[in-house]
Design a protein around this ligand. Structure first.
Ligand code: CEZ
Length: 790
């Protein structure tokens, strides 16, 4: 590693951060079919599992819960994380791994982020400690290994204290104790409820949190207050004041899980410990956890399965470019994030419809059969009117919750857009004739259902031809533009036009000219309405409120220019050349920041009751004027559609931290997932601008992957053919790509060649007439050479 305290290893499959303080919030996530675990470099952690709704097993009390707690219960600062204290029994010296809670400066530190594991290696006071976690594929459990080695050149007497805080569990009933018969600290609770029907819903919940050990400890503590005492978590009384933890229990007190191992290590001695941290329902389940995972090769087996599971989501593209971080990200980490979204649907039982569709647009590149099933499933919940519901129910008993109870008007738009990507990737037009039966019992082929959705979009417009917004469009918190029923969305009008055009193209390809004409005319009407009512001189406005006030226009002092209407205008074809030039210049002037393209600017600093709660978010965070990557990805896609390769490159590259410390450290983001946003407001709040949200749920992943595959490297399906038309940034002299497509592999070398006027493509030595390759044979590997103008 160079002077920057981080870098990729193992050919891009692992990223290592060598400091616990340089990027204190830097994080990664692991998931399996039933749970997810986000970990940051200092050892903080949040875990969530499905039962079947998302639930936690180590948590802090919510405010609501705190109002129910008995006054006799002291509220201890909760530290959700996974830690190990190390105490020198001779000199009393104390440190902790990964870094929290003691925060003693280590001699060396590594937060080592793998595709299917996370490990820390810490050296402090002559002791090496390694902590590592993997998840089994189909079980809710964290499998932790702790390895301690004496490097100090002398015999050491140490106490090790693996510490897995459980936190507040329930205001009805919570406790904790050591169970030698199970080999675990068991924390019990009753998930709180008040409605009698919830009793029946919750009675089989995994209301216990357990820390199982492979090797019996010398002592333990299950009472958080006793453990911590007056010392706090930096110097817990149980560790600092005593030789042995007290073996206490929690009786309607805050439980915790701390074990103590007293070990004597000669120089270079190593000892290894294994633990399972998990929720469980009862003693039987705890015994099963032990049998499954703490058997001699339980961990090895789980790791093997986990590697295979992650491997099953491998991408369809391998690249080699002048940008090694982009290579590692595109080859391993971005497809991994796309796979996470598509395989477990963000671990919710009612994903927002637009998220579900876009996530499966991404999945189409990895596991097309999964995407296909998802499109059919979504359409089975289409309403008789042609509208799509706000969320897609995935399991028996699931219901629309939270944001999915708020009426949004954009869901139909995503159907043809995401389906188009699937059709291009797979050539599977048979899906269009697949019969889908809706809940009401009505059966119709996919193509008919999309027709209905398009007609619904055309109908949901006002007399001017602009699309109603109700309580939100793509922008969830833009909830008060149209809640009284009149307000319209400029973005949605343009998005409808683009969706209609995408669908018209499919209809035309199927030979259905009447439908193609109908939808083309609809798209033209949307575009015309937009040009008539929301062109503001240099850019398109965002919408018009219930009171007929246009916003996102030059006359506004906050929320003056929005990115989405400009991006989608490029896609829908609304602007003429002059408008297009003005729009792009305005985006460059107002929205391009050092950390990417902002979603709008300036951010709102006070509530606008005719726009909604988006204006109440802190300026520069989330939808209130952040570099919201999902919106930036739409812009990216629109720039590639327009052939603006260099502008697109800058937008794309800014979604990822660069290796330069001033950029990477300011963002605090590791190049192992694309976060949903980086803070904007770079004029108002320069200190925090660029800081990553660390949130890995984002539609950005699918769009970014699509842009890389179809446009940057230009290897896109079209009917029965592969269209080969890369859009490399002009400063790249060459690049290589391997692309899996319809069962064949394409080995592609692209190079700028002096004297070449237009891009030309040779496949297996023969130059193509155009950029289309027909007659692809599965199982074959094609050699492709692309010459680009210098
Ligand atoms: O959720 C995302 C949604 O999942 O926000 C996007 C939207 O298009 C996605 O479907 C833009 O609004 O409700 C809120 O205020 C939240 O901010 C959500 O809107 C947001 C979360 O940040 C998800 O991480």
């Amino acid at each position: 590693m160079t002077e920057a305290p981080y870098g990729f290893e193992e050919n891009g499959r692992r990223f290592v951060l060598a400091s616990p303080t340089a990027m204190p919030a830097a994080s990664t996530f692991l998931w399996n079919r039933r749970m997810l675990l986000q970990l940051n470099c200092r050892g903080f952690a949040t875990a969530q599992f499905m039962q079947p709704e998302p639930a936690k097993y180590a948590h802090a009390p919510t405010l609501e819960a705190r109002s129910f707690m008995q006054p006799e219960q002291p509220y201890y600062a909760h530290h959700p994380g996974r830690f190990c204290y190390v105490k020198d029994e001779d000199d009393g010296g104390l440190f902790s791994v990964p870094h929290e809670p003691v925060r003693r400066a280590p001699d060396s530190f590594a937060f080592s982020v793998g595709l299917d594991d996370v490990a820390w290696r810490v050296q402090c006071a002559g002791i090496d400690v390694e902590m590592c976690v993997v998840l089994p594929v189909d079980d809710v459990a964290e499998l932790w290994t702790l390895r301690v080695r004496n490097r100090s050149g002398r015999r050491r007497r140490l106490s090790l204290y693996p510490y897995f805080p459980v936190g507040y569990m329930s205001w009805m009933n919570q406790s904790g104790r050591y169970r030698s018969d199970l080999g675990a600290i068991v924390c019990d609770s009753v998930a709180p409820y008040q409605k009698v029907e919830d009793y029946f819903r919750q009675r089989d919940f995994k209301d216990r949190t357990v820390l199982l050990h492979a090797r019996a400890p010398d002592a333990w503590e299950a009472n958080q207050a006793t453990f911590e005492g007056e010392g706090g978590l930096h110097a817990p009384k149980g560790i600092v004041d005593g030789e042995h933890l007290g073996g206490g229990e929690a009786a309607y007190e805050m439980p915790t899980a701390v074990l103590q191992y007293r070990v004597t290590l000669d120089d270079d001695d190593v000892q290894e410990f294994r633990f399972v941290f998990a929720p469980a329902r009862d003693d039987d389940e705890i015994r099963q956890l032990r049998a499954r995972h703490l058997s001699p090769d339980g961990f090895t087996e789980a790791r093997r399965a986990s590697t295979a599971y992650i491997g099953a989501g491998a991408g369809c593209l391998r690249i080699e470019t002048p940008d090694p971080w982009l290579d590692a990200f595109a080859n391993h980490w971005l497809p991994r994030q796309v796979y996470y979204h598509g395989d477990v649907n963000r671990l919710t039982t009612d994903p927002q419809t637009r998220n579900y569709l876009q996530d499966h647009m991404g999945m189409g590149f990895l596991r097309p059969e999964v995407a296909r099933a998802a499109f059919l499933h979504a359409l089975s919940q289409q309403e008789p009117s042609g509208a799509m519901p706000d969320g897609i129910l995935l399991s028996e008993g699931a219901e629309l919750k939270y944001i999915n109870q708020i009426p949004h008007t954009d869901h139909c738009v995503w159907l043809p857009i995401c389906l188009r990507a699937y059709l291009d990737e797979t050539g599977d037009d048979t899906i269009l004739d697949e019969l889908v039966t809706a809940r009401e019992g009505d059966a119709a082929p996919v193509a008919d259902r999309i027709d209905r959705a398009m007609r619904w979009l055309l109908k949901a417009r006002d007399a001017r031809g602009l699309s109603y917004i109700a309580q939100g469009d793509w922008c969830d918190p833009m909830n008060m533009v149209g809640w009284r029923g009149r307000g319209v969305s400029g973005w949605l009008t343009l998005a409808s036009a683009y969706a209609l055009k995408e669908w018209a193209a499919v209809c035309a390809r199927r030979g259905d000219d009447a439908l193609a004409d109908e939808f083309h005319a609809g798209a033209d009407a949307c575009n015309a309405a937009m040009n008539a009512h929301l062109w503001d001189g240099d850019w398109y406005g965002r919408g018009i409120t219930d009171d007929d006030v246009p916003f996102g226009i030059a006359a506004d002092t906050e929320g003056r220019i929005f990115l989405n209407p400009q991006s989608w205008a490029l896609l829908s074809g609304a602007p003429d050349d002059d408008k297009r030039t003005r729009m792009l210049a305005a985006v460059d002037a107002h929205l391009v920041s050092p950390y990417g393209v902002a979603m709008y600017d300036p951010p709102y600093t006070r509530m606008r009751e005719d726009v909604g709660r988006v204006t109440q978010k802190f300026p520069g965070t989330a939808e209130n004027g952040a570099v919201y990557n999902h919106a930036a990805a739409f812009y990216l896609y629109s720039l590639y559609q327009a052939g603006d390769a260099d502008r697109a490159w800058h937008v794309l590259r800014a979604m990822l931290p660069s290796p330069a410390p001033e950029d990477c450290l300011q963002r605090g983001q590791l190049p192992v997932f694309v976060p949903n946003y980086y803070r904007g407001a770079w004029r108002l709040h320069p200190r925090t601008a660029g800081r990553s949200s660390q949130l890995f749920n984002t539609g950005t992943a699918a769009w970014m992957y699509r842009c890389l595959v179809e446009h940057l490297f230009g290897l896109r399906g079209e009917g029965d053919a592969l269209r080969i038309a890369p859009q490399l940034p002009s400063h790249w002299p060459s690049a290589r790509a391997a692309r899996r497509f319809r069962g064949a592999w394409f080995d592609v070398a692209m190079e700028r060649v002096a004297g070449v006027a237009t891009t030309r493509v040779a496949v297996d030595g023969a130059w193509l007439e155009d950029s289309l390759l027909h007659g692809i044979e599965a199982g074959r590997t094609y050699q492709v050479r692309i010459e680009l103008p210098a």
